[in-house]
Design a protein around this ligand. Structure first.
Ligand code: NAD
Length: 252
């Protein structure tokens, strides 16, 4: 049986690392891509020859091209691309300076565009899948997220564009919108007040785990999802489906 190969960006920790683990458990090879070399080394040490690590900043077009060549040289094929690398920087509109805006956009949006474009030729050969990681912050507006939320809303639209254009090449493109997960990214921007507010607004009344998000990602990359494309799937404990009033209803 041909061994399938996934390219996962932001694989050094958090949701990307959990996704790598599930792919390896399912018998896939994984190209682990990250710009944080120290964390990438530590993470990759957990796996044997099932993975290879590639240092790359996904917002750098030349580095991305070099990385995709290195991945195809190493593994010979790419069956799935998971655009997971992301950064979060929260601030009010008037305090979001252009440098912060660009920092968020260049990884969260430019990175998804660049890595997808560089990977399409390999995905055409395998009839592969793209899974982009957006956020519930791309589905609903909230305070402090003018850059982050806008970047994630754009990733949702980019996914639909990819599905529309690449479908005839047999490439599927879907988007996962995680709710809150206690990763380094989230804990850097989630104050206790934000954590409490999330718990109040989420029917399941808790944060998700990295593995719960990874399960959805790996399913969408698998043949089990062979007729699913252009979909935006929230793995969010029900956050997106609700309106106001959960805390009051729980007490009633
Ligand atoms: P994390 O910070 O734990 O991991 C992100 C990884 O991406 C890190 O290893 C980091 O080094 C890497 N990375 C960042 N910028 C990069 C770049 N330009 N090039 C290459 N690598 C880069 O974060 P996480 O929580 O696991 O987030 C993964 C994805 O899930 C992100 O896109 C994030 O926006 C999204 N998300 C997370 C949450 C949450 O609550 N944790 C919620 C919704 C969406």
């Amino acid at each position: 049986m041909t061994e399938k190969v996934a390219l996962v960006t932001g694989a050094a920790r958090g949701i990307g690392l959990a996704t790598t683990r599930l792919f390896v458990d399912a018998g896939w090879k994984v190209a682990m891509v990250d710009r944080d070399l120290d964390e990438l080394d530590i993470a990759a040490a957990e796996f044997d020859e099932a993975t290879a690590d590639f240092a790359c900043d996904v917002s750098d077009p030349k580095a991305v091209d070099r990385m995709v060549v290195a991945v195809t040289d190493r593994f010979g094929r790419i069956d799935a691309l998971v655009n997971n690398a992301g950064v979060a920087d929260f601030a009010p509109i008037e305090k979001t300076d252009f440098a912060m805006w660009r920092r968020v956009m260049e990884t969260n949006l430019d990175g998804v565009f660049l890595v997808s474009q560089a990977t399409v030729p390999a995905l055409k050969k395998t009839g592969g899948a793209i899974v982009n990681i957006a956020s519930i912050s791309g589905l609903r507006a909230s305070t402090l997220r003018v850059a982050y939320g806008t970047s994630k809303a754009a990733v949702i639209q980019l996914t639909k564009q990819q599905a529309a254009e690449l479908g005839e090449d047999g490439i599927r493109a879907n988007c996962v919108c995680p709710g809150p997960v206690r990763t380094k990214l989230a804990m850097a921007v989630h104050s206790q007040a934000i954590i409490d507010a999330y718990h109040d607004a989420i029917p399941l009344n808790r944060y998700g785990t990295e593995t719960e998000i990874a399960e959805v990602i790996v399913f969408l990359c698998s043949d089990k999802a062979s007729y699913v494309t252009g979909q935006i799937i929230a793995a969010d404990g029900g956050f997106e489906s609700t309106g106001v009033g959960l805390p009051a209803l729980r007490q009633g």
